[in-house]
Design a protein around this ligand. Structure first.
Ligand SMILES: [Zn+2]
Length: 336
């Protein structure tokens, strides 16, 4: 009986030991696979960053692109610049907004509730410190400045001499309700796209009073608004390039399929692909000022287009995937 008991106990110990060994082997395989997988992800990200660096360094000595050099607007050439701001730039912005008003229902709504409702772009120049100087009020308008300001969409140009004080090349400044734009010669297709992106933030904040406009950056609605504006921007840029942009981006994205390929679908992107996008957008010989903005837009367009065209799921699930990808890019590609 004792012998039988001992055999039984030995068997139990043996089976426990076998289970432990199997578990250890499985854990080992899992950890090895995870390490191997993450190593591949790290390598992929490194390759992507390398392609982006190669792209940016080739634009290091691009054409000087500033048309607004000085914040000092007294006398000389600056009188002509002030004239350019009041007439040319106001017209350019207005025409551009009307030209692409029908790219999406959001764009239509934005134009209908601003320009079509009597609001007009008014241009100004960013000055040292926290002030801007408005040029575009005509004498008769000065009688009722408060009313004019209320109906104005401020477009504030940042001059070269103080642009280092300002973090973004093109952005929306919510405390001024102003679109801040560096005074450089933007390639038209990129400019139109960026303008709609920032005008979209203006619209969400000033006109719609959307929660997303004032939510902290960590909030889902904040990211949702960013995704919406990047998609609006992409539609505008695609229209401006007569569809060539999406045709090329879709050909890149056809290499992969399925949710498990994100963000691996960015794998294998070469500087040559970005140069081809430059050719489509019209910024082959631009300087770093332009191309460092362009490259971020290329990556966002490739990413969101991949989700729209290559993944089958509901619109709300697509939005979740886009937010996830946006956060991933923000975390991994912000400092290239
Ligand atoms: Zn944005």
């Amino acid at each position: 009986m004792n012998k039988k008991k001992a055999v039984k106990r030995n068997r139990r110990v043996l089976s426990i030991a076998i289970c432990c060994i199997l578990a250890a082997i499985l854990a080992g395989v899992y950890i090895y696979a995870a390490v191997l997988h993450s190593k591949k992800d790290v390598e992929r990200l490194r390759d992507l960053k390398k392609s982006v660096k190669e792209y940016l360094s080739s634009h290091q000595y691009g054409q000087e692109s500033w048309w607004l050099r000085s914040s000092d607007m007294r006398g000389g050439d600056n009188i002509q610049i002030a004239a350019k701001l009041t007439d040319e730039e106001t017209k350019k912005i207005t025409d551009m907004l009307y030209e692409y008003q029908d790219v999406s229902p959001l764009a239509q709504k934005m134009i209908m509730q601003t320009l079509d409702s009597g609001m007009h772009p008014k241009v100004s120049i960013y000055q040292r410190g926290d002030i801007s100087m408005t040029f575009s009020f005509k004498k008769e308008e000065m009688k009722d400045v408060a009313k004019m300001l209320k109906n104005s969409i401020e477009i504030c140009y940042i001059p070269k001499d103080i642009h280092d004080n300002y973090p973004a090349s093109l952005s929306y400044r919510s405390d001024w309700n102003a679109l801040m734009i560096k005074g450089i010669n933007w390639p038209p297709a990129l400019y139109a796209g960026l303008l709609f992106h920032e005008f979209g933030h203006y619209y969400k904040h000033k006109i719609e009073g959307a929660n997303s406009a004032t939510a902290p950056m960590t909030h889902e609605s904040w990211a949702e608004e960013e995704v919406a504006m990047h998609e609006l921007e992409a539609e505008v840029m695609n229209r401006a390039t007569k569809g060539r942009l999406f045709t090329f981006v879709d050909s890149l994205n056809r290499r992969y399929e399925g949710i498990d390929k994100m963000p691996k679908h960015l794998n294998g992107l070469q500087a040559d692909h970005f140069f081809h996008l430059d050719e489509i957008i019209g910024c082959q010989s631009s300087s770093n000022e332009v191309n460092s903005v362009a490259i971020s837009q290329y990556l966002f367009i490739i990413g969101f287009r991949y989700i729209n065209e290559r993944i089958q799921c509901s619109e709300s699930d697509k939005m979740k995937l886009k937010i996830h990808l946006y956060r991933w890019m923000q975390k991994n590609l912000d400092r290239l």
